[in-house]
Design a protein. Structure first.
Length: 411
């Protein structure tokens, strides 16, 4: 961890100098206050543990646990100390809770094994994190948890976290939305449109009640605000996790200008297994990815585009570089090494530009086990990527930016 921090600190000074020069130049040309800027320096450390036990039938696996929380690199910690403290405190609390969950689930697994040996399977607990928006006003991200216990099905949920970049304090929905009653009407209408087969007769009443009690679950995005309704929140488990995204351009008078105005250039990671609602063409667009055999499928507004690529464990990032839209898709190849496919989005159509031997995953091949860190791309003008190496070897970090042609520039 310290080695990574030192390397990032040295590289980060170069980013800082470039950004400061760029911002100074913009200020001199316009004679106005500096525009909003995307920020970077976010990463997660991935901790994994397999717990084993032994009984009369022999050794068996009790529990697999994976844990990750959002962190800031050394230079960004110095630039945003209050935000760094908040993230550290949240990570500490989440880790303590994860350790308690681990012990509880190990006991559950032993009992499950003893009482139901025929149907026994190892239990699972995963805690993950994913940024939604990161600029000099707000840092918004998702905390995601999955518990696979001894029951009929697992349980999962996403929780949006919205923080002031300057103070690290929580941003309340009332600071973003001007009319809560109108907002809930817009959200419920969107849910009805996007989930016409959903079984939630009392949805409007439930959403309005959540709004009155300040219990809506949401995140700020570069292009709007997204609300999350976990299983059982407004519908049965079978309905799954439901999202409702309201774009700023669709309801401009509903949001305060402070959070409606966003950075001209930004990058937004998103889950490969869940569609991203955004604006790439000036209207409302839905972007989704999936892997089908030897094909990478990119679906835009219902139109499917296929590209030959044997990649798994996809980590996509949508990038807006001064109005030019790109898509980076990091994945693991059939040979076990990672690579990143780069696409330029022309309207609704993706064009494959290149496949780069680079990844956002940083690997430290140390004993007794590899250490894994995931660098998040949130600022296209300065981020870290690693030259992909062979499995079991350490990767090397480079300082990067998205160039005018959508490919990487270095230094």
């Amino acid at each position: 961890m310290q080695g990574i921090g030192k390397r990032k600190m040295l590289c980060g000074k170069q980013i800082c100098a470039m950004l400061c020069a760029a911002l100074l130049g913009l200020g001199c040309l316009s004679g106005t206050a500096e525009a909003d800027q995307a920020i970077g320096g976010f990463f997660k450390q991935i901790r994994q543990a397999n717990d084993m036990d032994r009984d009369g039938q022999g050794e068996y696996e009790l529990l697999h646990q994976s844990f990750a929380a959002l962190s800031l690199d050394k230079e960004s910690r110095q630039r945003y100390p209050a935000l760094a403290r908040t993230l550290d405190n949240m990570a500490k609390q989440q880790w303590q809770q994860a350790r308690k969950t681990r012990e509880d689930m190990k006991n559950e697994a032993r009992s499950f094994r003893e009482n139901n040996p025929k149907y026994y399977h190892p239990l699972t607990h995963d805690v993950d994190v994913l940024p939604r928006r990161a600029d000099d006003k707000v840092v918004s991200f998702l905390s995601m948890e999955y518990i696979g216990g001894s029951g009929v099905h697992g349980m999962y949920g996403w929780q949006g976290v919205n923080l002031s970049t300057a103070t690290g304090e929580e941003i309340h929905l009332s600071q973003v939305v001007l009319d809560m009653g109108r907002l809930t009407d817009v959200v419920t209408k969107r849910l009805r449109q996007d989930y016409p087969q959903g079984c939630y007769a009392e949805m409007e009443e439930l959403v309005h009640k959540m709004a009155l009690q300040d219990e809506l679950n949401w995140s700020l995005d570069p292009k709007g605000i997204t609300f999350y309704f976990n299983p059982y929140a407004i519908g049965p488990y079978a309905a799954g996790l439901m999202e409702a995204t309201v774009l700023f351009a669709e309801e401009p008078d509903l949001f305060t200008e402070t959070y409606r105005e966003t950075a001209e250039s930004y990058a937004q990671p998103f889950p490969d297994w869940y569609p991203l609602t955004t604006s790439m063409t000036g209207g409302r667009d839905m972007l989704a990815l999936r892997q089908e055999g030897k094909q990478l499928i990119i679906e835009v507004n219902g139109t499917v585009h296929s590209f030959r690529a044997e990649l798994d464990d996809l980590h996509p990032v949508l990038i807006d570089k001064e109005g030019q839209i790109y898509l980076y898709v990091d994945g693991i190849s059939s040979e076990g090494s990672r690579r990143t496919m780069v696409f330029r989005m022309e309207g609704e159509k993706p064009h494959h530009l290149a496949t780069l031997p680079y990844t956002f995953l940083h690997t430290e091949a140390v004993s007794p086990a590899e250490q894994h860190y995931w660098n998040f791309l949130t600022n296209p003008d300065g981020f870290y990527m690693d030259r992909a190496g062979k499995p079991g070897t350490s990767t090397k970090t480079d300082i990067c930016a998205v160039g005018e042609n959508g490919l990487l520039t270095f230094g």
